[in-house]
Design a protein around this ligand. Sequence first.
Ligand code: SAM
Length: 249
Amino acid sequence: SDHMLEYPRSPAEMDWSTHYPAFIGDAAVTSTETASSGIAARHPEVEVADIGCGFGGLLMALSPLIPQTLILGMELRMQVTQYVINKIVALRSQHHDKETSIPGTPTPYQNISALRSNTMKFLPNYFHKGQLSKIFLCFPDPHFKQRKHKARIASAQLNAEYAYVTRPGGMVYTITDVEELSQWMTKHFVGEEAGDAKELWERVSQEELDADPCVKIMSEETEESKKVTRNGGNKHIAVFRRKSNPDWP
Ligand code: SAM
């Protein structure tokens, strides 16, 4: 249950400086100096969200791939979220004297964080329109077949919400070992169940997926993907790109 969850009333209320102190706030390495126009330069924003991040394997593997991009894990279970937060604190301190691959970028693992949230309810409270370039839905619903429709992480309504927070050209990455769930998600992004959201997404080709390092990471580095590998299970991948619709919403 999520009745104890605290969540911001709007994205503007969210204080990200505690999540990414090396990027945002007084101690930030990156420049937040006033631009010559007199308008304060914008600080970096979260661009990548891992929805139902579990124990955070994806965050930790993505971090060095895109060290200048802020990545956020969102997880419903309190203890699991706390585990991820503690792990990130430990990784940051172990690597505090190391350089990242890009000069001038904060030390490793400063670009990842996690918070507790029910993403089926409060996603637009965290992100403004078009803020995200990537959303990951990795092994979102292992009990898919037993669940009621309203408890599902992909639906016409939710996919319209994902579309709202994702910028044109941005991507939603999905992976699951449950074939019916993959079909369900595809149907609700680009198929007959997508409703109005259908105009907002297109499926990304296999050729493009083969060349995308995020797909490889998603298939190998999350705790659930490792478990599926160990058990010899199948992994069904489907990725959707946000089309640009100037008229929507
Ligand atoms: N993505 C991780 C991985 O691949 O290892 C974890 C997969 S696990 C099977 C699904 C996770 O989604 C669980 O940790 C669960 O607590 C979380 N979850 C389920 N519903 C959620 C919701 N509405 N909001 C946020 N997290 C949710």
